[in-house]
Design a protein around this ligand. Sequence first.
Ligand code: GFB
Length: 367
Amino acid sequence: AANEVDERGYILFCPCMGRFGNQMDYFLGTLSFAKELNRTLVLAPWVEYHMRQPKSIQVPFDEYFRVDKVAKYHPAITMETFMSEIAPKIWPPSKRISFCYQQRQAYGEPPTDPCAAKNGNPPGPFWDTYGIDFVSSELHSPLSYDLWNVAGEAERWRRRYPPHRWPVLAFAGSPASYPVLEVNAGLQRHFQWSEAVRERARQLRRRLLPAAPFVGVHLRLGSDWERACAHTRQATGNMFSSAQCLGYRQQHGRLTERLCYPDWPTVARQMRRAARQTRAPAVYVATDAPERLDRLRRELRGHEQEFELVTWQPAEPGRPADAHAELALLARANLFIGNCVSSFSAVVFRERDALGLPSAFWAFPED
Ligand code: GFB
C-alpha cells in the first residue's frame, strides 16, 4: 500500500534542468539509480515554464504517465503521495537534508548551505510546492551517479548511506547523467502515457487525421535551437541526444549542423519519400515554431496532391500545442521522422523502439 513505509528507503530528486525531453532523460537515469540502490523512487513532478509566469510550474507525474506501470518495474510513488503518506512518518522537517555531489553555490553568491538546493528557479518553486525546506547539505562525492561504468559504486552508496540511518536521499538535482546512458534508454518502456494524454492524442488524431496510415514528424525549428545547432561546428563528440542515430561511440556517423538543423529541401524530400513508402495520405508535423512552416509549404509547392500537411490546430482558439498529446500521437505513426539531436524527438524514438516501430531522422544517413 502507498502509505506503508518502505524500510529500504526512498530517493527524491528534482528534474531541475531543461524542458520535457531533457527531464525524461533524467527520469530514466534516476529510475535506474533507484533500482540499483534498491530504494523506492519518488516520482517528481514535471517542471514547466509557462509564459508570463515568473516561477516554474510543477505538474504531478501522473498527469502525464501511469504510476502503476513504473511501479511494476520498480517500487515508485508520486511526490504527492510521499509527502502526504510517508514524510510525516519518516522525514520530519528537522531531518530534511539535501544531497549533492559537491558545493554548488556559484562564486560570489551570498553563502547559503553548500548544495544551495533551493537557489533560483526552478529549484526554489519546486521544493516550495511541497513545503520542503532543507536544514543542511550532504556532499556525497566521491560517489557518483554512474553506477554502471564505475565498478562497485552501488555497493559503496549502500554502505555509506544505509537506509536505517538515511531513509531518504533527497537530491538537489537528478542522480543521473544527461544524455541518458545507453544501458538506461530502454527503460522508456515503463513510461506509459496517462489515460488523459492518450485521450487527447486520440482526439487529435480523430480531428485532424481521419484516414490511416499517417507519417509523423518532429521539426525542432525555434531560434533557441538554431543557436544551439551552431555549436555543432566546434563539437567533436555527440551533442544532446545525437547518440540515438550516431551511436554512443559515433559508430554510425558524425555530428553535422544539417543533422541538427536540416535544410528545407532535405526535409521536403524525406517527407515525400516517407508518404510514398507508407502510402500515407497525410503527414502530421509537430513543431515548436509553426511560424517557420511557410518555408516548408513553399518547398512542397507543386507536390500538394501527394499528401496533406497536417499541423496542430487548437480545439479552442489560442490553445498552445499540447506537447504530450503530440508525442503520444507521433509514437503511434506508421513512420516517424525526428530530429536526431533533440531530446524531444528522443522520447518518441525510444517509445517506438520499445514497440518495434520504425523511425528515421532528418539528414541521416548523410547523402
Ligand atoms: O523537450 P526539450 O528538452 O527538447 O525542450 P530539446 C524543447 C521544448 O520545446 C519541449 C517544446 O519540451 C516543448 O515544450 N517543443 C519542441 C515542442 N518541439 C515541440 C513540438 O513539436 N511540439 C510541441 N508541442 N512542443 C533542448 C532543451 O530541447 O534544447 C535544452 O531542453 C536547451 O534545455 C536546448 O534549451 C537548446 O532537446 O529539443
